[in-house]
Design a protein around this ligand. Structure first.
Ligand SMILES: *[C@@H]1O[C@H](CO)[C@@H](O)[C@H](O)[C@H]1NC(C)=O
Ligand SMILES: *[C@@H]1O[C@H](CO)[C@@H](O)[C@H](O)[C@H]1NC(C)=O
Ligand SMILES: *[C@@H]1O[C@H](CO)[C@@H](O)[C@H](O)[C@H]1NC(C)=O
Ligand SMILES: *[C@@H]1O[C@H](CO)[C@@H](O)[C@H](O)[C@H]1NC(C)=O
Ligand SMILES: *[C@@H]1O[C@H](CO)[C@@H](O)[C@H](O)[C@H]1NC(C)=O
Ligand SMILES: *[C@@H]1O[C@H](CO)[C@@H](O)[C@H](O)[C@H]1NC(C)=O
Ligand SMILES: *[C@@H]1O[C@H](CO)[C@@H](O)[C@H](O)[C@H]1NC(C)=O
Ligand SMILES: *[C@@H]1O[C@H](CO)[C@@H](O)[C@H](O)[C@H]1NC(C)=O
Ligand SMILES: *[C@@H]1O[C@H](CO)[C@@H](O)[C@H](O)[C@H]1NC(C)=O
Length: 454
């Protein structure tokens, strides 16, 4: 039969149209070209499934609506339609005559859709439609049922305030971030069973996080972002019954509280990112629980009320850990010596606690991958250990607002080794002496702050 696939990628970025009329002409010309090329390359006539892929990319082309969209779907083999950053509006989406439609991907993000989506849209006849991106419009509501083929729906950054408009269907990605959702209306979304990615961040959802998704739906869930809402309740009450696929869990910027973590979090063995920043969690950091999450790469526990010492067991997560932020808590004592095994750690933020002791030289200076070290506003005394930049790969060293005494160390960078050090922040300590001339070895240095020392 001699089917051959062809791929046309049209980039139109540089054109800058001024009137709707000229847009119309350009699109018509384009359509003509497409029709001709389709006909030439396949004299047998096309159906959606014949392996032809045409991608039409008219992103940021200054297009202003009126009838283009239905016309475009009349292209027999158009599968991917990228119209990001134009000025199409809701009325351009409605259509009375549905023709054959082979579209798989439609990107209408960052357009001018400011009224409710029409009940009958030009996408209605598209039986293969898998991805619709309407992100970054100002859609206030309307019809969001796109047929059973749809797998990914991105309607982030719009103005919809009613989650009951959304239907799960077979969706595996749903992005509802940056909406106007308020109150306790997350239940319906959180019971979507086939989701692998759910982003509900930046809304004003409140009440307790319903356990529905975590219990039953979560078998397939990989990415769950509920950050920057107004969820409350005891963190320990959440039930991570089946979270074996979960790689990202973001609950930051909510009002979760309590002095314990849910023990079922131990089921989430695939977890790579755990973000609990800015809640009201207290008491000890559960080191044993977190230290047993063997894939953890990013752990963010900042801006809570954790107290006591940093648990030594947390160092067990160190094989994989790349970023650790436990800043802005009430932690005391030292960074335990178990952390010397943190060979992958790139960024360590311990700022705004009450840490003390000489862990900078005994532990931190032995972290070979470390680039970003933030330990401001703690209770560390004694001289700044010169070894801190020897053995690490520091770009940023922030030790401001501690109780350091002695001279400003003369050796931050070594003449025989390339240094990446860009920022040295030592303000608000009790250091004395002069700015060392050896700083000339720090070829990348952009800022040094020694203010408010003695
Ligand atoms: C966006 O839509 C509004 C009303 O729907 C209209 O007044 C405005 O001219 C449109 N803007 C552009 C750039 O098309
Ligand atoms: C609808 O489609 C029919 C048949 O394809 C055509 O004759 C008619 O003009 C179309 N109507 C509109 C409003 O496009
Ligand atoms: C939707 O488009 C935005 C840019 O406008 C992009 O950041 C986002 O990743 C897209 N969503 C999906 C699911 O492809
Ligand atoms: C969910 O996915 C499964 C398998 O991937 C599929 O059989 C099922 O129809 C999908 N939809 C729902 C609503 O479960
Ligand atoms: C959801 O959309 C927001 C805003 O458009 C974006 O920043 C975020 O990365 C998206 N989430 C996912 C999982 O793609
Ligand atoms: C968040 O919830 C608290 C009660 O839990 C309420 O007092 C507050 O107004 C809510 N804030 C927002 C932005 O909805
Ligand atoms: C964790 O959450 C905080 C607060 O929302 C945010 O600033 C930070 O970028 C998040 N980190 C990651 C890796 O998501
Ligand atoms: C840390 O320093 C602050 C202010 O100097 C002080 O109030 C606090 O008691 C100190 N904490 C510890 C554990 O030394
Ligand atoms: C830097 O490290 C090397 C090798 O580990 C060591 O020989 C040297 O004494 C160290 N210098 C300082 C100032 O710590």
């Amino acid at each position: 039969m001699g089917l051959f696939c062809f791929f046309v990628l049209l980039l139109f970025h540089s054109l800058n149209f001024t009137s709707a009329a000229s847009n119309e002409d350009v699109v018509k010309k384009l359509l003509l070209q497409f029709k001709q090329s389709s006909v030439q390359s396949d004299p047998h006539g096309l159906t959606c499934s014949e392996g032809h892929v045409i991608t039409l990319d008219l992103s940021y082309s200054g297009l202003i609506g009126s009838h283009h969209l239905p016309t475009l779907t009349a292209l027999p083999s158009l599968q991917n339609l990228y119209l990001q950053g134009n000025s199409f509006s809701a009325s351009d989406l409605s259509v009375s005559n549905i023709s054959t439609c082979c579209l798989v991907t439609v990107d209408l993000s960052s357009n001018n859709i400011t009224s409710p989506l029409p009940v009958r849209s030009f996408l209605e006849g598209c039986e293969n439609l898998a991805l619709v991106n309407l992100s970054g419009n100002s859609i206030p509501g309307g019809s969001f049922s796109f047929g059973a083929s749809l797998l990914q729906l991105d309607i982030s950054r719009n103005l919809i305030s009613d989650s009951s408009l959304l239907t799960c269907q077979n969706l595996n990605l749903l992005n509802v971030s940056g909406y106007k959702l308020t109150g306790k209306q997350s239940d319906s979304i959180l019971s979507c069973k086939n989701l692998t990615t759910l982003d509900l961040s930046y809304n004003a959802l409140s009440g307790e996080i319903p356990n529905t998704i975590l219990e039953s739906g979560s078998a397939s869930l990989k990415y769950l972002d509920l950050s920057s809402n107004n969820f409350t309740g005891k963190f320990a009450s959440l039930d991570f019954g089946q979270c074996s696929s979960l790689t990202l869990l973001k609950l930051s910027h909510n009002n979760l509280y309590g002095d314990e973590f849910p023990s079922s979090l131990a089921n989430c063995q695939a977890l790579e990112t755990l973000n609990l920043t800015s809640n009201k969690l207290q008491d000890k950091i559960p080191g044993a629980l977190l230290g047993n999450l063997n894939k953890l790469r990013q752990l963010f526990l900042g801006r809570n009320q954790f107290s006591g010492e940093i648990p030594a067991e947390l160092g067990k997560a160190c094989g994989t850990l790349q970023e650790l932020d436990i800043s802005d808590n009430i932690l005391t004592g030292e960074l335990p010596s178990s952390f010397v095994s943190c060979s992958s750690l790139v960024s360590l933020n311990l700022g705004r606690n009450q840490l003390s002791g000489n862990f900078l030289s005994t532990v931190v200076s032995k972290l070979p991958s470390l680039r970003y070290l933030y330990v401001p506003f703690n209770n560390i005394t004694g001289p700044v250990p010169p070894s801190i930049t020897n053995g690490t790969r520091l770009q940023v060293l922030d030790l401001s607002a501690n109780l350091f005494t002695g001279n400003v160390p003369s050796v931050f960078c070594f003449s025989n080794a390339p240094s990446a050090l860009e920022k040295i922040l030592l303000a608000n300590n009790f250091l004395s002496g002069t700015v060392p001339s050896e700083l000339g070895n720090c070829k990348s240095l952009k800022a040094i702050d020694l203010s408010f020392n003695s």
